[in-house]
Design a protein around this ligand. Structure first.
Ligand code: NDP
Length: 281
């Protein structure tokens, strides 16, 4: 890892996305830095897809040591870096980049471990032998699919607005379990055990049109999106009497802790951030 700045200036980190203003990552990394006595700043960088490659390389050239990558750049980030961790190679999507002194740009993906930590540790959801429905087929879904399939779930169905993308991801992960891709309109009951919304529709205040019968009173519904109040997805889940309707705050905090570990060599305790965000959401 890079040497500390001799003048005592804070090390620079941040998140690149478009849009990115909704991100709580600066707050979370600020809490982590304080708790672990790390001298760093973490900022938001709104970068359009056309400018992603140029602007991201400029940030590293200007001294930034690490970046999180959020929508819609995760797949572009996998192409930008010159080394990928095993889990990022599997996902072909990157949410964390570390810049090393030898100029290596290492791409990692902490979304999957972030989601499984939140589901299993924070929400006490047992994934083994469960039927999962994942909505969306973007960078975030690519990141979480491998870690979910490693839990020996019974089946994963991926449904997407653009079905061919869901089918492509399903084909890429077919060696890990029973996984298929389809359009929203092709979904049928019986009710799934767990439905994960990995679309960015909630950020636009929208909810894909889904057939009845896929939610039952034991279904856990998890929106990767987060924000204050209900999302269209959690409202939909509650209207169908799902056992639980949860937003992605826990995933956000847990994936951030894994990024922090890659950058600083310390995994912060996530409990204080989880508690603050639970009070504010
Ligand atoms: P991408 O831009 O890579 O993918 C977006 C996905 O959403 C695509 O599947 C797209 O479908 C679909 N989509 C977009 N708009 C709509 C709509 N109006 N109706 C139906 N489907 C739609 O984004 P990411 O995968 O990076 O992120 C997805 C979501 O997950 C975001 O809300 C993000 O904030 C959240 N997220 C949360 C994390 C957390 O820690 N809590 C971590 C990572 C992501 P199509 O293929 O047809 O374009």
């Amino acid at each position: 890892m890079n040497q500390p700045d001799e003048l005592g200036n804070p090390d620079q980190y941040g998140v690149v996305g478009h849009p990115v203003a909704h991100s709580w990552s600066p707050f979370i990394h600020g809490m982590f830095a304080k708790a672990t006595a790390q001298n760093l700043v973490y900022r938001l960088f709104d970068v359009t897809p056309d400018d992603f490659r140029r602007d991201t390389l400029k940030l590293f050239a200007s001294g930034v040591r690490g970046l999180n990558v959020t929508l819609p750049h995760k797949q572009a980030a996998a192409e930008l870096v010159n080394e990928l961790t095993a889990r990022a190679t599997r996902a072909q999507a990157v949410n964390t980049i570390a810049f090393f002194e030898d100029t290596t740009l290492l791409g990692d993906n902490t979304d999957g471990v972030g989601l499984t930590s939140d589901l299993e540790r924070n929400l006490q959801v047992d994934l083994a032998d469960k039927r999962l429905l994942i909505l969306g087929a973007g960078g975030a879904v690519r990141g979480v699919l491998g870690p979910l399939l490693e839990r020996e779930v019974r089946e994963v169905v991926i449904a997407n607005r653009t079905p061919v993308k869901a089918q492509q991801i399903a084909a890429e992960f077919a060696d890990m379990g029973t996984v298929s891709g389809c359009a929203f309109s092709e979904l049928r009951g019986p009710a799934y055990d767990l439905i994960i919304n990995g679309t960015s529709a909630s950020l636009q205040g929208e909810m894909p049109l889904l057939p009845a019968g896929i939610v039952g009173d034991t279904t856990v519904c998890y929106d990767m999106a987060y924000g204050r109040g209900q999302t269209p997805f959690t409202l939909w889940a509650k209207s169908l009497h799902a056992a639980r309707a949860t937003k992605g705050w826990g995933m956000l905090v847990e994936q951030a802790a894994e990024s922090f570990l890659l950058w600083r060599g310390i995994r912060p305790n996530t409990q204080p951030a989880l508690e603050v965000l639970a009070q504010n959401s």
